[in-house]
Write a protein that binds this ligand. Structure first.
Ligand code: XCC
Length: 648
């Protein structure tokens, strides 16, 4: 057995890792072996925000709590909370800067100034316009869209008041936020304020720092991310269940392979359209290829998969390995989660790496900037470059034979429709099935891959344990792709892996036990779905009353921390795996893991073992069921199933 089987549970990844090793190509896996995490940094017991340090304050080996502070006197609590808050600021900034780009393009699209973009979903346009208090009666869609874009843009720079979407949350939740003083004023303001408050000698009270981190994270979930999701849906169409394929086997040896990698679906949308152009196909044939094969990677993949059925090549840890196939003629990257190592791998083959955002260049890569006004021309130019590069293939192609069918694209609107039907779209059937116990509860399992743990394994172990116990799983990001690769995103998976109650519901409705809800900005869809469940009635009057929990077992990105914090602040019990960034301070960790529950009725937890993590989520779900008086219903359902089996 190759050692690489210890690094990933995915066969395609293992085969290409073997190949990379044989060819002496540096990948994230090899670099992780060379670089051990800094033991002080890993617990965040290090302060480097001024030039009197860096101050290193590791925990005492013997466990006794010695007084630990930096040169300026900052306590370890301040240092750890400060580091945590800065990560949340970075995560929020990332999702929200993505949102800003979307809003800018949206305004241009509404004005007819964005090449190739229009308003596709007018129903959603009206819904979101109403959220923003925009008059819709008798107005043309174009005017409504322009006003919506302009109002959405104001959300970033607002200096006072409240973000518009805060009002979408259950009333009880809004009250909690107002009482705690964490309702975001403007998205950018909250991020900037963290940067200020964590400067040397400003905010030096860990609870106060975490409070601002919470306000910032809420500006992500109920601000930037939600704006991205909604405006992307209006421009590109709200996702509906779409059949696709996933894993590196989607690459084609005899076609021009192009991978779109990153997060903003703007250029990828245009590439998807342009790649179907007969002129492009003819060009490909001229160089001896059978056509153009567009595939996605990371969250860009989720976006084009959900809306166009474009195949998904893989998740975060597979990005360099895609190039190791020797079959990728061109890869575009925009923002977030694109390893600089890609360029080194690209140079070992013939692959062209193209950076496309004005905010991100990679040394050595070709930069072709996307601008809405000329987007379609840019997309065509990139496709032509890929085609011209096809004859330059100089290595033997090796594409592992792994690809799996999936169903993706369960937006909140679709779940509503699927469960309730077109004439009475609602969450009633979901709530009823939770109340009657067929579905025990709902879990959101999301987030990244992390090379410090076996690729995809924690996602899959956790999710299988949850669905076996009748917990329906909502998933996004790289977690969703991990599920896809092992076949969990098909309706048939229910028969193989789901508990009897969940199976019954999945079979009746025709859905998989794990619902792919999109990219990481689409975690906002989970917030909206949770709110819809509350509003439907019968499961309490706040998100924290729902039998629900969240997890990111393989997280690595700062964005994941922002997501976790807004879920906690929205009342969700949230478990992270792999590593935890506040272990340097017991008091900060206690604050996040215990004390936050008193105010927000949600809290953090950390568990390395994904099965144990799943069991903690199930225990929490059962606690919530009990509080709602539902524990008896479930016992009855289980008894019924046992009886049915006995009779069979
Ligand atoms: Fe990045 Fe979004 Fe994480 Fe995947 S899940 S590694 S953040 S691509 Ni968002």
């Amino acid at each position: 057995m190759s050692d690489n089987k210890l690094r990933s549970i995915d066969g395609a990844t293992v085969e290409l890792l073997d190949k990379a090793q044989k060819e002496n190509i540096s990948t994230v896996f090899a670099r992780a072996d060379e670089i051990k995490p800094c033991p002080i940094g890993v617990e965040e017991s290090c302060c480097k925000i001024c030039a009197m340090g860096p101050c290193r304050m590791p925990r005492s080996k013997k466990g006794e709590e010695k007084v630990r502070h930096g040169v300026c006197g900052a306590t370890i609590e301040t240092v750890v909370a400060r580091n945590f808050a800065r990560k949340i600021a970075a995560g929020t900034a990332s999702h929200s800067d993505h949102a800003r780009e979307v809003v800018e393009t949206f305004i241009k699209a509404a004005k007819g100034e964005a090449q190739g973009f229009t308003i596709k979903d007018e129903v959603k346009l009206l819904e979101v316009a109403l959220d923003f208090g925009i008059e819709i009666e008798g107005r043309p869609a174009k005017d409504i869209a322009i006003e919506l874009g302009e109002k959405a843009m104001l959300e970033f720079g607002k200096q006072s008041g409240e973000l518009v979407y805060i009002k979408k949350a259950p009333l009880k939740r809004q009250e909690i936020w107002r009482k705690q003083g964490v309702v975001p004023r403007g998205i950018d303001r909250e991020v900037v304020e963290i940067m200020h408050r964590t400067h040397m000698g400003v905010d030096q009270d860990y609870e106060h720092l975490i409070q601002q981190a919470t306000r910032t994270a809420l500006a992500d979930g109920w601000g930037g991310s939600m704006i991205s999701t909604d405006l992307q849906d209006i421009m590109f169409g709200t996702p509906v269940p779409t059949v696709g394929t996933i894993n590196l086997g989607v690459l084609k040896p005899d076609q021009v392979n192009i991978i779109v990698h990153g997060h903003e679906p703007l250029l990828p949308e245009l590439l998807a359209t342009a790649s179907r152009d007969p002129e492009i196909k003819a060009m490909a044939e001229k160089v001896g290829a059978k056509g153009v094969n567009l595939a996605g990677m990371c969250c860009s993949a989720n976006e084009v998969l959900m809306r166009h059925g474009i195949p998904c090549a893989g998740n975060f840890l597979q990005q360099e390995l895609a190039l190791v196939t020797g079959a990728v003629d061109l890869m575009t990257v925009d923002v977030q989660c694109e390893m600089q190592g890609l360029q080194g791998v690209a140079e070992c083959y013939h692959t062209k790496l193209i950076t496309t955002s004005d905010r991100a260049k990679i040394e050595g890569a070709t930069h072709i900037e996307f601008h809405a006004k000329t987007g379609l021309d840019t997309a065509k130019k990139i496709l032509k470059m890929a085609i011209e590069n096809y004859p330059n293939r100089r290595h033997e192609i090796y594409i592992p034979n792994y690809s799996q069918d999936i169903v993706a694209g369960f937006s909140h609107e679709t779940i509503n429709y699927l469960l309730g039907g077109i004439f009475r779209a609602s969450y009633r059937p979901l709530n009823d099935n939770i109340i009657n116990g067929r579905i025990r509860g709902v879990a959101g399992v999301v987030g990244c891959n992390n090379v410090r743990t076996q690729h995809d394994s924690a996602h899959i172990a956790m999710i299988k344990e949850l669905i076996k116990n009748d917990v329906i799983v909502l998933t996004t990001g790289c977690a969703a792709m991990a599920c896809g690769k092992v076949g969990l995103l098909t309706p048939e998976a229910a028969r193989e892996y789901a508990g009897a109650g969940l199976l019954e519901v999945c079979e009746t409705v025709g859905i998989p036990p794990v619902l792919h809800m999109g990219a990481c900005v689409d975690n906002s869809r989970i917030l909206v779905a949770a709110t819809a469940m509350v509003k439907e009635g019968g499961l309490g009057d706040d998100i924290s009353d729902l039998p629900a929990a969240g997890a990111a077992p393989e997280w690595m990105s700062e964005k994941a921390l922002a997501i976790g914090q807004y879920f906690v602040a929205s009342g969700v019990y949230t478990i992270f795996g792999t590593t935890w960034p506040t272990v340097g301070s017991e008091r900060v960790t206690r604050h996040l893991f215990e004390e936050l529950e008193e105010t927000y009725k949600g809290k953090w937890a950390f568990e390395m073992d994904p099965i144990k993590g799943a069991q903690m989520m199930i225990a929490h779900i059962d606690k919530k069921r009990k509080a709602l008086g539902l524990e008896k219903a479930r016992e009855r359902v289980l008894f019924d199933m046992a009886m049915r089996r006995a009779m069979a």
